[in-house]
Design a protein around this ligand. Structure first.
Ligand code: ADP
Ligand code: MG
Length: 381
C-alpha cells in the first residue's frame, strides 16, 4: 500500500509528501450503550487508511483515491462541496477544522486503505481521522487536541455525509493503541486503556454481508423505548438521566408502569453496561474465558431482549458455540453486519472452515472473514 501511494504521489505531484495513517476499529463489548450514557469498549485494528499529504501553496485541495481510481479537486469554502461521496469526508474534515478557527490551506494528497468499506469496521472514521490528524500537524502545529479531532470527524459525518453517528468510531481510530482496548464513558467522555493480549487466541470477524434497511427505523424505536424506561425510573430515582445510571432493581420497581417491550429493552441495556465493567475486570486478570462468556451474554441480549439480530447472525453465533469458540456476538447496531469472535488458535481453522461451509449451504453466499489485531491508531509514519 505504502509503495503504491508514494509512487502515485510522485507521478502526480513530482514530490514525496508525508505519510500518515489511521485505523479501523472493533468494539469488543458495549453495544447500544452509547446513547444510553453507558460505556463502549473499542480498539483500533491492523487495517486502516494511509495517505501521503503535502501543502501545495494554493487554496485548492487536490486528492487522488487509489481504491476508487479517481482524482478530485475542491476549494475550501462551504460552497465547494464535492459531488462524489468519498471526497466529502476530506472536504468535511477541512471545513470542520476551519469552522473551529483552525487553519487549512490547499494540499496535495494520495490515499488508499484496507478497511473493508461498509462492513462495520469504520472505514469512514479511518479516512476522517487520517486527514484530521495530518491537517492538524501540517497546518496547526498539532494544537488541536485529539478529542476535538474526533469531534471534527463526527461532525463531518453529521454535516457532510448524512450519518448521525456517535463519537466511538473516530475516538477509537484516533486514540487506538497496540494491545489495548479503550473503555469510553459516553456520558462524560472519560476513557481508560485496558490491556488486551489474548495470547493463544485470535479475534476474527465473520461478515454476514447482510444489510437490513430496517436498521434505522428500528434504531429510533429502540432509543425511544430506552428513554421511556429511563423516565419511568427517574420518577422514583431523580438521579437517573440515562438508563446507564439505573440499577437493575430500579427497573423491576417500574415493571407495571412500562410496556413489556420497553422492559426487555431496558433489561438488556442495564445488563450490557455491567458486562462492560465485568469484561474490564476480567482483562486485568487476563481472564479471556470470562470475556468470552460475556460476549455470548451480549449476543443473547441483543437477539432476545433488544431484538436487533437476524437469522444469519444467530446462525453464526450458534455455530460458534458448537465449535467451542470462547466468545461470539453480533458487533455493531445489528440486523446484519459482522459477528466478532474470540477463538482459541487451535480451534480457529475448524471454526472458520465450518462457518464458511455451513453458512454458504444455508444462505447461498459465503460470509467474509476478517482477522484483526488490536493496533495503533492515528500516526505519522
Ligand atoms: P464504514 O462502516 O466502513 O465506515 P461507511 O458507509 O460509513 O462504512 O463509509 C464508507 C465510505 O467511506 C465509502 O463509501 C467511501 O466514501 C469512504 N471510504 C472508506 N474507505 C475508503 C477508501 N479506501 N477509499 C475511498 N473512499 C473510502
Ligand atoms: Mg462509517
Amino acid at each position: 500500500m505504502k509503495e503504491k501511494i508514494q509512487e502515485k504521489f510522485k507521478s502526480l505531484f513530482a514530490t514525496e509528501g508525508t505519510l500518515y495513517m489511521s485505523s479501523g476499529r472493533i468494539n469488543l463489548i458495549g453495544e447500544h450503550t452509547d446513547y444510553n450514557g453507558g460505556y463502549v469498549f473499542p480498539g483500533a485494528i491492523n487495517c486502516g487508511i494511509m495517505a501521503a499529504i503535502e501543502p501545495n501553496g494554493t487554496d485548492t485541495v487536490k486528492v487522488f483515491s487509489i481504491d476508487k481510481d479517481e482524482y478530485v479537486e475542491f476549494g475550501l469554502s462551504e460552497d465547494s462541496l464535492p459531488e462524489q461521496h468519498w471526497p466529502r469526508y476530506i472536504f468535511g474534515v477541512c471545513r470542520e477544522i476551519l469552522k473551529r478557527g483552525g487553519k487549512v490551506e490547499g494540499f496535495n494528497a494520495v490515499f488508499a486503505g484496507d478497511v473493508p468499506l461498509g462492513a462495520g469496521l469504520s472505514s469512514s472514521a479511518a479516512l476522517e481521522s487520517t486527514f484530521a490528524f495530518a491537517l492538524n500537524e501540517l497546518f496547526n502545529n498539532g494544537s488541536i487536541d485529539k478529542f476535538e479531532l474526533a469531534r471534527i470527524g463526527q461532525s463531518t459525518e453529521h454535516n457532510y455525509c448524512g450519518v448521525k453517528c456517535g463519537i466511538m468510531d473516530q475516538f477509537a481510530s484516533l486514540f487506538g493503541k497496540e494491545g489495548a482496548l479503550i473503555r469510553l464513558n459516553c456520558k462524560t467522555g472519560e476513557y481508560k486503556y485496558f490491556p488486551f493480549h489474548p495470547q493463544g487466541y485470535k479475534v476474527v470477524l465473520l461478515d454476514t454481508c447482510v444489510k437490513h434497511n430496517l436498521a434505522s427505523s428500528a434504531y429510533n424505536k429502540r432509543r425511544e423505548s430506552c428513554e421511556r424506561a429511563a423516565a419511568a425510573i427517574k420518577a422514583n430515582h431523580p438521579e437517573v438521566d440515562f438508563l446507564s445510571d439505573a440499577k437493575r432493581v430500579w427497573l423491576d420497581e417500574v415493571r407495571d408502569k412500562i410496556s413489556e417491550e420497553d422492559f426487555l429493552r431496558a433489561e438488556y441495556v442495564i445488563g450490557e453496561v455491567q458486562r462492560v465493567l465485568d469484561v474490564c475486570d476480567a482483562l486485568e486478570r487476563d481472564d479471556y474465558e470470562t470475556v468470552g462468556e460475556m460476549m455470548y451474554q451480549t449476543h443473547f441480549g441483543l437477539s432476545k431482549l433488544y431484538e436487533v439480530s437476524c437469522e444469519e447472525l444467530d446462525f453464526l453465533n450458534k455455530l460458534a458455540r458448537k465449535c467451542e469458540v470462547t466468545g461470539s456476538r453480533v458487533m455493531g447496531g445489528g440486523f446484519g453486519g459482522c459477528t466478532i469472535n474470540l477463538v482459541k488458535e487451535e480451534l480457529y481453522d475448524t471454526f472458520v472452515t465450518t462457518a464458511l461451509e455451513q453458512f454458504t449451504q444455508k444462505f447461498g453466499h459465503a460470509p467474509k472473514i476478517y482477522n484483526v489485531v488490536i493496533s495503533d491508531g492515528a500516526r505519522k509514519l
